[in-house]
Write a protein that binds this ligand. Structure first.
Ligand SMILES: Nc1ncnc2c1ncn2[C@@H]1O[C@H](COP(=O)(O)OP(=O)(O)O)[C@@H](O)[C@H]1O
Ligand SMILES: [Mg+2]
Length: 166
């Protein structure tokens, strides 16, 4: 059984249909990129997965459960937008820690997960800098995934990515 499945999704904005009968499956452990010309519906697809919008018809199944009508805050998916969604007044550490703090994880666990994540993306040593102090190329592209740090995302096994990623 696929981990994530879009079944006959038709979706768009108002009455304007952007996705028509979209079907795809993602197996556990697969890393999937949506490629296509600008305006073809990549972000629209990721927004559906994360729960920012609902399809006109079709189903979104995750781990065997029908998530089509599950609200965003109950999905435990996150979304990293194409334009940086960093808090400019917070350090790199606090930006990465934000989702974990919202989940009220223990302080020590937050510290460990944040430092593990910064190591993974080669940003150890930058944790006390602010976003505007980063060098070139030290920002995220668009990504949507589980609503937490990247480390927690990996642990939960949920990750969808576009130049926005889910
Ligand atoms: N909020 C919106 N309201 C109305 N139309 C939108 C909205 N967002 C995107 N669209 C339209 O939906 C289509 C698909 O957009 P999008 O999913 O952002 O494409 P992509 O990410 O593949 O570049 C485009 O024609 C775009 O103009
Ligand atoms: Mg897009």
């Amino acid at each position: 059984m696929a981990l994530l499945e879009l079944q006959n999704i038709t979706a768009g904005y108002d009455k304007n249909v952007i996705l028509k009968d979209l079907d795809f499956q993602v197996e556990k452990g697969e890393l999937v990129s949506l490629l296509g010309s600008s305006g073809c519906g990549k972000t629209t697809t990721l927004r559906l997965i994360a729960g920012f919008s609902s399809p006109m018809s079709g189903k979104f199944i995750f781990n065997g459960k029908d998530y089509t009508k599950v609200p965003l805050d109950k999905r435990n998916f996150g979304f990293v937008f194409q334009s940086y969604a960093l808090f400019p007044h917070m350090t790199v550490f606090d930006n990465v820690a934000f989702g974990l703090k919202m989940r009220k994880l223990p302080k020590e666990q937050i510290k460990k997960e944040v430092m593990d994540m910064l190591e993974t993306v080669d940003l150890l040593g930058f944790e006390n800098r602010f976003p505007k102090e980063g060098g070139s190329g030290q920002g995220p592209g668009d990504q949507a995934g589980p609503a937490s740090s990247g480390r927690a995302s990996q642990q939960s096994g949920r990750q969808a990515a576009d130049q926005d990623a889910c």
